[in-house]
Design a protein around this ligand. Structure first.
Ligand code: HGY
Ligand code: MN
Ligand code: MN
Length: 417
């Protein structure tokens, strides 16, 4: 029956969903309605505890893997079948919003509860996952949890990554796992039968089109680099400029030349220097070292690689007489999602009487890696003025509930295939 779908979507409780979202928003809350809940922080650990508590109250099984990816499982009737997976991430940017990532985890839990409230049995189990460190703001790169889960990287590769205080990812991971010693450890499960991630769009398209549901067709490619410019400290008052190896001046020249090299008259390429660290960062000492980040994105793998290949030469030339060391910390190829899952999302939106729009994602998501091992797609909901990675990030209770209805309908259909 149109509007009700198979009855599961009608059991989505928008006020329960919103209440949970706002409760999670209290964990790591910062002024301006933002959150600072960075990966494997006390706040991330607290959010994990809340999710486990909500899951256990419903009798769902909870497990964790070696990368601290957290799985909440509602069993299916046929134990031999691979589960359908949904979820997203609970970690945030340092000055992030109340919806990026966490919405997909809470909407996934809401879908499980809607199935439960409807007393619906599914052939396949459905699992909600909270991926570890999607953002990569505390520990670079992002998507560590989904990269390990999908085999895109071994966990060992990330152990030595350190945060601004010198704490290693390995140490923070051990602490997070140690904070929930009772959680069964589960690794190397069979690939999911499907993965559907709900997320705010983090862009302006759905809002501008006044369409509540995005059926996401894919994710653009992205690469991340760390550039280290080496100079020499010297006294700001006594050292002649011609005798200096000023790492800050060299870094500024390098970024200026990179901006020229990364211009795109079509404004499709995304080049961002988001982090810029000066050593010793003292007003009266010539800087000896600058480390800056590069975030580079494009829908075409060829164009992305072509631009990425220019980075080293541009920096080395611009930074002379300082030295340049560049490391690539992240390389995620453009991903086209599984058309069958995109169509299932569109059909579900129709069944629950919601218009949808096909859209590709400018932001990166764990789904880009899970797509390596499982038929995958995403559901977007609009966010206010397309703003994200900012305290003012906002999605309305109505859009959050609409996205959860489409997710619940889609998961229940996929779990019976
Ligand atoms: O960077 C991204 O695209 C994601 O929001 N972490
Ligand atoms: Mn996100
Ligand atoms: Mn994000």
């Amino acid at each position: 029956m149109v509007g009700e779908g198979n009855g599961i979507a009608a059991r989505v409780d928008g006020s329960r969903l919103w209440r949970r979202l706002m409760e999670m928003a209290e964990i790591g809350a910062i002024p301006g309605n933002g959150v600072n809940r960075q990966a494997l922080s006390d706040e991330d650990i607290a959010a994990r505890e809340v999710l486990v508590d909500w899951a256990r109250r419903r009798g769902y099984a909870v497990a964790v893997d070696d990368a601290a990816n957290l799985f909440v499982r509602r069993p299916g009737g046929d134990l031999g079948l691979a589960p359908v997976l949904t979820g997203s991430h609970m970690d945030s940017q340092p000055r992030g919003g109340r919806f990026d990532g966490i919405y997909g985890v809470i909407a996934g839990l809401e879908a499980l509860d809607a199935l439960d409230d409807a007393g619906a049995a599914t052939r396949r189990a459905i699992e909600v996952v909270a991926w570890t460190n999607e953002e990569g703001s505390r520990f670079d790169p992002g998507c560590m949890g989904s990269m390990v889960f999908s085999g895109a990287a071994q966990l060992e590769r990330f152990e030595e990554a350190v945060d601004a205080r010198g704490i290693s990812f390995g140490r923070a991971l051990a602490r997070t796992l140690g904070a929930a010693p009772d959680l069964p450890r589960r690794n190397g499960e069979a690939a999911p039968a499907a993965y559907v991630e709900a997320h705010i769009e983090q862009g302006p398209v759905l809002e501008a089109a006044s369409v509540p549901i995005g059926a996401v067709t894919g994710v653009q490619g992205s690469q991340r680099f760390v550039v280290e410019i080496g100079g020499s400290t010297a006294h700001a008052g006594t050292t002649p400029v011609r005798a200096r190896r000023d790492a800050l001046q060299a870094a500024l020249r390098a970024v200026a030349r990179l901006n020229e090299a990364m211009t795109d008259s079509n404004d499709v390429l995304r080049f961002t220097v988001g982090r810029f660290e000066v050593t010793p960062n003292s007003p009266n000492t010539v800087p000896s070292k600058v480390v800056f980040s590069i975030d580079l994105r494009h829908p075409s793998a060829e164009e992305l690689d072509r631009r990425a290949r220019r980075i080293a030469r541009v920096c080395e030339k611009a930074a002379l007489p300082c030295t340049v060391r560049i490391s690539r910390t992240f390389d995620q190829r453009p991903v086209a999602f599984e058309s069958g899952i995109v169509e299932a999302i569109e059909r579900s939106a129709e069944m629950v009487d919601l218009p949808s729009l096909r859209i590709s994602s400018g932001a990166n998501h764990d789904a880009a890696f899970v797509a390596r091992v499982s038929p995958t797609a995403m559901i977007f909901i609009p966010c206010l003025r397309g703003v994200s990675h900012h305290e003012s990030e906002y999605a309305s209770p109505e859009d959050c509930a609409a996205g959860a209805r489409v997710l619940a309908q889609t998961l229940s259909v996929l779990a019976d295939r």
